[in-house]
Design a protein around this ligand. Structure first.
Ligand SMILES: [Zn+2]
Length: 203
């Protein structure tokens, strides 16, 4: 069964950057875990003791257990991320087993990446039905740098917004007369200039 809806996974920009650095540093595979918020945003990816080869990655179970026991919100650790190094991105038999090993009563976000900056993201749920949502979009969540106030100030200082009929005719530059419609210059009837008709001889 294929269920898509509007599911997508988001990931904090710094988390993604860490993943790419570890992907570059690893000769072969590597894996890490991250926390996931209710709106399916992955953050706080962390590297644990592990032994890797060109085609496998294995987290140290003791280190993992210790991490989960001491984690303030272990139920939020719902992202498993690993790299395939120079290989393509796909879900191997081992990956499927690993995902089953991480089965829980909510969901698991899995992301596989490689050195070519390719990736695949999926969500698995086990209850009330076993479902896999694969090939989900992965959206980078940029940090909120508190720029709203500054942007608002600059916007108000520099931008004048007029009702469409008061805008100058873009062809003549003359303000429109009352009741005059802006000239429609091209096929789609929008007000924006394009390079159809008489602007086509620019070459
Ligand atoms: Zn894999």
């Amino acid at each position: 069964m294929k269920v898509k809806q509007n599911l997508r996974v988001r990931i904090d920009a710094d988390a993604m950057e860490r993943i790419w650095h570890w992907t570059d540093l690893a000769a072969g595979e590597f894996s890490c875990l991250g926390t996931v918020s209710d709106d399916l945003a992955v953050s706080n990816v962390q590297l644990h003791d592990q032994v890797n080869t060109a085609a496998s990655t294995e987290l140290d179970q003791d280190a993992l257990a210790k991490f989960l026991v001491t984690h303030p919100l272990p139920e939020r650790v719902r992202a498993w991320i690993h790299s395939h190094g120079r290989l393509g991105v796909f879900w191997s038999e081992q990956d499927e087993q690993c995902i089953e090993g991480l089965a829980n009563d909510t969901y698991l976000v899995s992301i596989v990446v490689n050195k070519k900056r390719e990736f695949k993201a999926r969500i698995d749920v086990w209850q009330p039905f076993r479902l896999t949502f694969d090939d989900l979009p992965l959206e980078i969540r940029l940090p909120d740098q508190n720029l709203r106030g500054e942007c608002e100030r600059l916007f108000n200082a520099h931008v004048v917004e007029m009702a469409p009929l008061l805008m100058p005719d873009w062809r003549s530059g003359k303000p429109l007369q009352p009741g005059q419609q802006p000239q429609q210059s091209h096929r789609n009837g929008f007000g924006w200039p394009d390079f159809d008709d008489d602007y086509a001889d620019w070459r």
